[in-house]
Design a binder for this molecule. Sequence first.
Ligand SMILES: [Zn+2]
Length: 414
Amino acid sequence: MRFIIFALVCIGFVLTEEPFHYDGYKVYQIIPKTVDEAYYLRSLNEAPEFDFWAQPRALNATVTVMVSPGTQASFENDLLAKNMDFSVIIDDVESTVQDENFRQSRTRSVARGSVSFTYFMRYDEIVSYLYTIAEAYPNIVQLLVIGQSYEGRDIVGVRISGGSGTNRPEILVDAGIHAREWIAPPVALYIINQLVENTANGYLSQDVDWVIIPSLNPDGYEFTHTNTRLWRKTRTPNTSCYGVDPNRNFDYHWMLTGASDNQCSEIYAGPTPFSEKETQALKDYLSANEDRIKLYLTFHSYGNYLLYPWGYTSALPDNNDELYALGVKVNNAIRAVSGTNYIIGTSTNVLYAAAGGSDDYVKGVNGVDLAYCIELPGGGNTGFNPAATSIWPIVQETWEGVKAYHDYIKEKYV
Ligand SMILES: [Zn+2]
């Protein structure tokens, strides 16, 4: 017992589990007008004092960054010296987060085992829905547990297959690798819901298999609900700070650019590639199924970008024309619903390069030609918290894009 208390005191001394408060943190918006300005903003990316909510990806596109209180004065001085326009869009992040927690706690209501698109479901509710539909639709839904998180949660997905044959093309979808990007899991859940529970959509799994993992970083996701709303990383303890950015942890040009070796950075790439159980789980799934997977979609937020490899270099992939043209089809389908428009491209026409992302790995190592990182629309006062009433319109318009992806895969591979 004495040992346990001693151990807890030691751990507590190094790493605190208290909810983090964002008192005095400000959020700035800057629109870089030159490459130099964009590169200046990019140069701040690895420092723990800066947390980029919207990266400098294109000229004249808005960059959003949260800055710790002690760094704000020098940051503002730099911006003024460089003649860069900026505005403070959140004066005190803590009050914004408190406000959101309040709203979220009031809008929760779902029967166990069912799905809701009117509030952000907790991880156990998501898993319970997956178990329920696998039981209710055993002919088309198979439950998959691809691994466990650091804290021991099952990482759960479903395979949806409405036809027969062993050589069927597969579309692999994941969401929630970044914990705070709350709109991503509902988009994955809506795809599952529509494929399985809407009989009019049966044709979509007739010739193509879908594997959908709605919450790839469950520890981080739960932590955003219980402790720190803006948590992004996994929850693995390191010596000075918790967590690794799982989307910098994949072993393809790992740590080359746009990633940090500082444990406290939001883009900490980890001590080694695949140091995280969550990324390892996906890696294992990928290597066992790489021959079947024809399309990989990973949902993030926010910023309205349809990004495809490469992330580690500005060189274009061999099939750039195909990736771009398919992106245009998908964007057209989404835009037809409500006018939402995505910017399509790689790091060549977007200025921010980052190595170690899952989409680069899937294309570069598993040899999947078509891989997209989809930055969904933002919302709410942080961008990461669309109002619960915005879940419906976002999942519905995105679903139209997902159907366009399916049509292409069916036409090309079936
Ligand atoms: Zn993300």
